[in-house]
Ligand binder design. Sequence first.
Ligand code: URP
Ligand code: ZN
Ligand code: ZN
Ligand code: ZN
Length: 464
Amino acid sequence: MSSRTVIRGGLVITASDEVHADVLIEDGRVAALAVPGTQNWSADRTIDATGKYVIPGGVDAHTHMELPFGGTFASDTFETGTRAAAWGGTTTIVDFAVQSVGHSLREGLDAWHAKAEGNCAIDYAFHMIVSDVNQDTLKEMDLLVEEGVTSFKQFMAYPGVFYSDDGQILRAMQRSAENGGLIMMHAENGIAIDVLVEQALARGETDPRYHGEVRKALLEAEATHRAIKLAQVAGAPLYVVHVSATEAVAELAKARDEGLNVFGETCPQYLFLSTDNLAEPDFEGAKYVCSTPLRPKEHQAKLWQGLRTNDLQVVSTDHCPFCFVGQKELGRGDFSKIPNGLPGVENRMDLLHQAVVDGHISRRRWIEIACATPARMFGMYPKKGTIAPGADADIVIYDPGAEQIMSADTHHMNVDYSAYEGKRTTGRVETVLSRGEVVISEREYTGRAGHGVYTPRSTCQYLN
Ligand code: URP
Ligand code: ZN
Ligand code: ZN
Ligand code: ZN
């Protein structure tokens, strides 16, 4: 049976346009847009969006639900994490399946499908973390691209865990140049960082703030530069994840000025938090331990500038939550044992709307960096990331004037603290549709685990 929903009277904002329009949804997809009040569409459900924004559901291209990491597991499951994402106006996540050393890509991907299937409130897709580059892995990359896993993360950090050396990186890049895959790089010189970690601990520097001091901006910049050059040698595009340092943005900007297919992602934590948080007393700084690390406040202006000039194209969360009690606490007395990662999948759309309110970016740029470009970058556009006839009806009714205070007391992520505790923001998600189904209705959860489906992706749609 066909179902029809009409959203009336809102301001429809996409990456390219802002227009007052009524939106007709039929069988989970956008069917038409029309000048308000000009069409007498019959509908099973009518949503009044007068005075509200009607925006595409957020696309968060970097999450780690249930990631085994740092001797524990990220505390959000696919069920809790995708429900929290829906609360925050995100309707698609791209999570990272993990190849363990000594195992195949297929085994890793199968394991992640098993964790997600039947549990997600919103749609999901996968990137693949490649930890073991060998001839079999390289062949498997071709197969994964064909079946819709078209991006591969490699690590220049974390020796002994996810780390790849330059030769392994070059080989994977050469393969992706052939098969259309996109290499996503964690760009930090992990070998050098491990030396600095050892020296800091030997000096008795064990507090969380030293995590920020040893993971130097210069070592992010060096790795970013090296990754760009390796990609250039391979003739492959490159996407650098969680960029936090001014010096790394400069490397990306230079490469882009040369016309290279080099892209950069940053995350809300680098835009809104800083080393001041890492230095909070009584081990509270552990709540802010992630890699790349938070930087001194001065770096933020350059990140905002990069987002305006398109030297950075995407804001994702790198959502990788660990509870303070029992998880972050693993690193008391040794900052290197604090599990790396921050919660944020629920906060991204609101924080970026606050950036609109604060004058850092325009409304359309908000939608571009949070919805449209991540969908394009990872081969899901225009199914995801926009509001246009034929697109999935992943739509958020957003109240731009509502005030809220971020807090662990009210958030829906399965983690015992908020990285933004007490932060006041203007703007709030009211209603969320995922493929036409209302999953948040005027701030009530109406979704269900298993509504979200796996979304195979095409190759990158953002190349020069
Ligand atoms: O600290 C972080 N970013 N944890 C998640 C893993 C990664 O490197 O993205
Ligand atoms: Zn195996
Ligand atoms: Zn990373
Ligand atoms: Zn990550």
